[in-house]
Design a binder for this molecule. Structure first.
Ligand code: IVH
Length: 668
């Protein structure tokens, strides 16, 4: 075949196969038999092999899985990937509805969707081409799994329009593929996957994309990452836009005008879910109007305009054979039930936290009891109740010891707490747990350095405090159990990389009492560097909106501890970054910014800056950029061809600037 002819045919085949693929995997309505598809695909593979320059990134031949990767790159999400608050019963849903009504008034409607039990993914398209796919990770930073996602045939490699946007959805493994996969695993003597969610996650976390390609994964898209730029005004319109662009959405969604309709929808799925070809673990309820979503806003972790109703968890009976004590990072001693292994919601449960002595007494738990177990939120095992009728009289009561099980110092009840604590700062259990916390995902997020490796390093006296992690040497690591040369090097690389983390990760990792991941971020944004934070007075700390009295005192006392300062100085000298790297919420110091504290909407086409750049600048000077115009908007920056948002701003009497005025302000 001639070059020119080949080029024409390759293009023809790519388009045709992409179309057939879309019909089969997205619409579920194939227009040609599989054999025809296979024949054309074979022809395309041959032509692309002969003329490799004709193989484009959106060619359907790219679905079979490309080169094996060394590791996944990290991806920073442009807008955070939030999770959802949970509802477990009718009362929770009615409570949610009440709050929505309070915030937005009587006129609103919900969209109910199935909560697909897979893993959240983000897909980025530029000019209509699929360019990057990522996991949710910690919500801010995920992993680049583009090569694996490319193998999912319902993910379009090219959209019907050359638009640039980021979409979000759930990748999952259909029940059939899951059972087939586990059968193969069992035949091969391998450990089967506990449930389709784990199977999907396990498949997408493989470095060899051919494995993902062989796993028959699928996807439903349910959101546009930054909807502000699409002109869409409701969630349902957003889903329609996704469909128009070629994405697969879930068709079981319903618009529900009232909470009673929501409850009816929820109840209808309690039984019906078993007949679905994929697993769901609940129903997601979302306020439809984007403007109302905006008015409701979000908490640090989840939006106030949506909630996930979780189906009741499966309950099973097993025997409680013992109670073990563990000492946490803050010295709290927690009793844990040791159980006869039993399968619950797909995984084998052997232990369940009993939280504290009061709870053991309340539930009247004795060693040797038969107990009912469930997994709260389908994840955390919990003892629901004791089956007292099964008692033989052999059961033994339990009481908390007076001494720390690790360091044998006396345990105390701190002011009114139910928990008992070991208050020995040198208690090895607390130190070890503190180290585990330091490397965990929301803290320094060091890949390959989990509980097991930390425990080994600690036992071998290779690390005594967090600074020692940055002094580890290749020879020390390679000699550890189950550690090869490659993993030792990977670990060192991950440790090195963590030095660059933005300040909030370190702040959270230090384990200052009462300072969670969210507070750490606020502190980092407010103070910018650890030295500024260190010098903050209790008053300054208390003046920050989200920082309460207890936390302010705790932060202040922490930075007055000699040992704390010592560790920070050591970390500094080892090259750990001590600055905040994200956008600042307040105006830059010494800059009297117009944008500080203002809520700003960008609309229309900007000519000098990209929308992301404009957003970044506004945030840098302390402003907040949102997607739709409401009473809370302070300023609208309107580029060319601005549409309904501009009209709305004018109706509401909100100040409007053109791009030129905006640039002028930036310069000043
Ligand atoms: S909306 C900001 N819709 O459930 C809210 N989530 O914690 C974004 N999920 O990890 C989530 N089906 O991956 C939404 N129809 C659906 C969903 C869904 C499954 C997952 C999602 C997230 C978790 C919520």
């Amino acid at each position: 075949m001639e070059q020119v002819q080949a080029e024409k045919r390759v293009k023809e085949l790519q388009d045709l196969l992409n179309q057939y693929n879309y019909e089969y995997h997205v619409l579920d309505k194939p227009s040609v038999p599989d054999s025809e598809y296979d024949r054309l695909l074979k022809e395309l593979i041959q032509l692309e092999e002969k003329y490799p320059h004709l193989k484009t990134p959106d060619s359907p031949t790219g679905r079979v899985g490309g080169n094996v990767l060394d590791a996944f790159e990290k991806v920073q999400h442009r807008t955070p990937m939030l999770s959802l608050g949970n509802a477990f019963n009718e009362a929770d849903l009615r409570d949610f509805d009440r709050k929505v009504r309070q915030a937005v008034g009587d006129r609103y409607q919900y969209v109910c969707e199935l909560k697909i039990d897979g893993l959240a993914v983000s897909l980025r398209y530029e000019d209509g081409q699929f360019v990057q796919g990522a996991t949710r990770g910690d919500g801010t930073i995920g992993e680049d799994i583009t090569a694996n996602l490319r193998t999912i045939k319902s993910i379009p490699l090219k959209l019907t329009e050359p638009v640039s946007l980021e979409v979000r959805g759930e990748a999952y493994m259909p029940k059939r593929s899951f059972h087939a996969l586990n059968e193969i695993k069992e035949v091969n003597g391998e450990e089967p996957f506990a449930n389709p969610r784990n199977a999907a996650a396990g498949s997408l976390r493989q470095l060899d994309p051919k494995i993902a390609a062989s796993r028959n994964l699928d996807v439903f898209l349910y959101a546009i990452g930054d909807i502000g730029t699409t002109g869409v005004e409701s969630h349902s319109e957003g889903l329609e836009l996704l469909e128009k662009l070629g994405f697969k959405t879930n068709k079981e969604r319903r618009v529900c005008p009232t909470i009673d309709d929501v409850l009816e929808y929820v109840n209808s799925w309690v039984e019906k879910r078993a007949s679905l070809p994929y697993e769901i673990d609940g129903i997601v309820i979302k306020v439809d109007s984007l403007q109302q979503q905006e008015e409701l806003g979000t908490t640090a972790k989840s939006p106030r305009w949506a909630i996930a109703y979780k189906f009741p968890a499966e309950e099973v009976v097993t025997k409680l054979t013992g109670i073990e004590l563990t000492v946490g990072r803050t010295g709290v001693v927690t009793p844990t039930a040791i159980l006869e292994p039993v399968k619950v919601a797909g995984t084998t449960v052997k232990r369940a936290s009993l939280h504290n002595e009061d709870l053991i007494r309340e539930k009247d738990i004795k060693i040797g009891d038969y107990v009912v177990i469930k997994k709260a939120g389908d994840i955390i095992p919990e003892v629901v109740k004791v089956l007292a009728e099964k008692r033989t009289g052999e059961e033994q009561s339990f009481s908390m010891p007076k001494e720390c099980p690790e360091c044998h110092s006396e345990l105390v009840h701190l002011d009114g707490e139910v928990a008992v604590r070991c208050i020995n700062p040198k208690c090895p259990a607390q130190i070890r747990e503190g180290l585990i916390h330091f490397v965990s995902r929301d803290a320094m997020n060091i890949d390959g350095l989990g509980e097991k490796v930390i425990t080994q390093l600690f036992k071998e006296n290779l690390i005594e405090d967090v600074a020692d992690i940055y002094r580890l040497q290749f020879d020390q690591l390679v000699n550890l159990e189950r550690m090869g040369e490659k993993s030792a090097q990977n670990l060192l690389d991950a440790i090195e990389k963590s030095k660059e983390n933005s300040l909030e990760k370190l702040l959270f990792g230090l384990g200052i009492r009462h300072v969670g991941a969210k507070a750490a971020k606020i502190l980092a944004q407010e103070f910018g560097t650890i030295d500024h934070l260190r010098l903050a007075t209790v008053e300054q700390l208390r003046n920050i909106n989200e920082i309460g009295e207890k936390m302010a005192d705790s932060i202040h006392s922490y930075f007055n501890l000699e040992e704390a300062i010592e560790v920070i100085e050591e970390l500094k000298s080892l090259g750990i970054n001590m600055e905040y790297k994200g956008p600042r919420i307040r105006a830059l110091e010494d800059v009297d910014s117009y944008f500080a504290g203002k809520t700003i909407v960008l609309t229309g086409k900007l000519l000098q800056l990209s929308r992301d750049e404009a957003k970044e600048k506004i945030e840098l000077y302390g402003g907040k950029v949102t997607g739709s115009v409401s009473k809370k908007t302070d300023l609208v920056i309107a580029g060319e061809d601005a549409g309904s948002k501009l009209t709305k701003a004018e109706q509401l009497g909100i100040e409007v600037w053109n791009e030129e005025r905006f640039l002028e302000e930036l310069k000043s």
